[in-house]
Design a protein around this ligand. Sequence first.
Ligand SMILES: [Zn+2]
Ligand SMILES: [Zn+2]
Length: 358
Amino acid sequence: MSADIPAKFTGHAAMGPQDENKFNLKEHAYTPRKFDDDDIILKIECCGICGTDVHVITCGWENHGRFPAIVGHEIVGRVVKAGPKSGHKVGDRVGYGAECGSCRKCANCTHDLENYCLNGNRGTYQGKTNDSVQPFTQGGYADYYQASGHFAIPIPDELDSAVAAPMLCAGVTVYSPLKRWGASPGKKVGVVGIGGLGHLGVQFSTALGADTYAISHSNSKAADSVKLGATGFIAAADKEAVLAEHRNTFDILLVTSYQDDMPLSDFYLPLLKIGGNIIIVGLPNSGLPKVPGRALFGKSLSGSLIGSPAELRDMFKLAVEKGVTTWVETRPMKDANQALDDFAAGKARYRYVLVNDN
Ligand SMILES: [Zn+2]
Ligand SMILES: [Zn+2]
């Protein structure tokens, strides 16, 4: 290691399963795995808090998680060490989303679909490595991060680090399926759930040219939805009233909210036109509800998982062109526990980003 890069990286780690009402991360230092020719090391500037972080460190005995666990996969930082095959140089500002490695050889990896690697993608944290010193990856609530340069995405100069960070997971999770399934001028898109994912979903759908409706349970997000650029706002509490107005009109519904009793067959599917598609990116713990076959006649149901490096680059380009921005509240990284408590309590409007002050 060069003089100013420490031999151990230090982060805020869950030492065991966490209580969702009272997080108790502790400072923890670990030795990074062996540095490869295509690796880089970042000095982390900031890292967004994603719902997956909370899920991984709270799910207790069901968790296949490996502790101590440093989570965080919306990482932006400066390259402080660049391997000769990394494709980056010292000083570059880059980011990592939820994936930091894949086989790079399979039919999906060779077609810009590394997020669907047939041999399994490597998570930015909790991902298996082949290294005995650090057998699984540690994430971005930390001072440094090391991974393959292929998955490090250049951050455009126009975007602040704290604004760019949440786009690396939340942003591409909504951008990728909207783009893949044709959100574009003349299409009517509904984004269900206005939170970390949904507030970016409304903006990216609008940026892609679609007529975009924000759909939320109550009216509390109506004013924000207008500011986010939505064509219209739909309060979903009164389903019959919504169906009376919008039945059979949507080309795409992007469902970002985690609902245990998702109203698929009596609400979302009837809102779709024939040929329309529901994209589910907020999969409930209980899985999808049973859907009678006739509810699907002429309609599709799709899933999606994050996005590829190529899609991340395209997403950032569109964000700069169309002024898409993340609504963030920054917190000092040392206050990660308080930020997680507030996140789990649903207080984020709409994303917390931990800033590394060191
Ligand atoms: Zn995430
Ligand atoms: Zn692969």
